[in-house]
Design a protein around this ligand. Structure first.
Ligand SMILES: Cc1cc2nc3c(=O)[nH]c(=O)nc-3n(C[C@H](O)[C@H](O)[C@H](O)COP(=O)(O)O)c2cc1C
Length: 327
């Protein structure tokens, strides 16, 4: 319970401003639990299709998953307020969440073609209707957006944020890349902190959080929280390192784990994934986790190569155990 208490950020009590981002195909229940354990004060589901939720399909139910001891935000995407409301209603029957977040940031055609994600930056009125419509569930409603492009989108980033707040959004997460940049080029941290200065207490940051100083720059710039995305995948221990570096409470044991301890943590997590998400997903997760662990450890690159050829968890586990014993 202690972990759930903290400062009110966007209507949710979070113990620190270092959070786990929504990452499609990654932030399942097991992955969220791992990062909650490592110190993330709030976690996100991956983006879930509101239309899929209201059709009650098995895949979306699996994405909902369970809770993990820290506030959890449901992120959904869809084309209009009606679809989003029906999707949220179905999701709230399946799981318990602390806030509902609208994805207005995903630039991938499979989402934008259906008028969801970043295509909403072209539709401010519908985006505001979504926010207003989702308020009926009594949870804070958040939006994750990208920096808009002058001459391409109807509103500046500031005017878009302002409209969403006026419609009732409790927090806006700003990713400092435009949709056409996708995930390339540097994130524009100044554009994000300019929003934080303009809308105090209302802006969270996303983009290029790879080291504690990146989070510090966002927080010093007035952002109320920072989301770890690719940084946490490249270095599984980014969140505890950042908490420690910025003076937030953190569990010492995650700061300097020996290689066998890291492998043990990986194996524990993957065994959970076998239960929660199934054997196939678990093997993929094992390889992803391994790419963000054992940094600078002799033989780790060879182990990663070796593990790439193992398709199932039992054989991966054997290779990992052999490495841990040899260490
Ligand atoms: C593989 C991948 C999947 C992502 N999935 C989502 C998603 O489901 N919802 C979302 O809002 N953002 C998603 N993002 C964007 C991240 O949450 C984050 O905003 C972006 O990666 C910028 O942060 P970074 O530069 O620190 O990685 C995804 C990013 C990546 C790389």
């Amino acid at each position: 319970m202690g972990k759930e208490r903290g400062r009110d950020i966007g209507g949710v009590a979070a113990a620190s401003p270092i959070w786990l981002a929504p990452i499609a195909g990654v932030t399942t229940e097991t992955y969220r639990s791992l990062h909650a354990r490592l110190g993330a004060a709030l976690v996100h589901t991956e983006m879930i299709s509101a239309a899929g939720l209201s059709r009650n399909n098995a895949k979306t139910a699996r994405m909902i998953g369970g809770r993990c001891g820290v506030p959890t935000v449901l992120q959904i995407f869809g084309p209009d307020a009606e679809v989003m409301t029906r999707g949220a209603e179905a999701a709230l029957v399946m799981g318990r969440f602390d806030a509902i977040e609208i994805n207005m940031a995903c630039p991938m055609p499979k989402v934008t073609r259906k008028s969801g994600g970043a295509s909403l930056l072209h539709a401010p009125a519908e985006s505001c209707r979504m926010v207003a419509g989702l308020k009926r569930f009594g949870l804070p409603v958040w939006a994750k957006i990208r920096k808009t492009e002058p001459g391409h989108h109807p509103l500046s980033t500031g005017d878009f944020v302002s409209a969403l707040i006026e419609a009732g959004a409790g927090l806006i997460i700003v990713h400092g890349r435009t949709p056409s940049q996708r995930y390339e080029g540097a994130a524009d941290k100044d554009a994000v902190t300019a929003m934080a200065a303009k809308f105090p207490g209302m802006i969270s940051a996303s983009g290029d959080f790879y080291a504690p100083d990146d989070a510090k720059a966002y927080l010093d710039g007035g952002c109320v929280s920072v989301l770890a995305a690719r940084g946490a995948m490249r270095d599984v221990f980014l969140i505890p390192k950042t908490l420690s570096s910025l003076g937030f409470p953190t569990e010492e044991k995650y700061l300097n784990m020996s290689p066998p301890e890291q492998i043990n943590l990986l194996a524990e997590t993957v065994r959970e994934a076998v239960k929660n998400e199934g054997e196939r997903f678990a093997a993929v997760m094992a390889r992803k986790l391994l790419s963000g662990m054992l940094k600078g450890v002799r033989g780790a690159a060879r182990l990663r190569e070796d593990c790439a050829s193992h398709r199932d968890w039992p054989s991966l586990e054997k290779a990992l155990t052999a490495f841990a014993i040899a260490e």
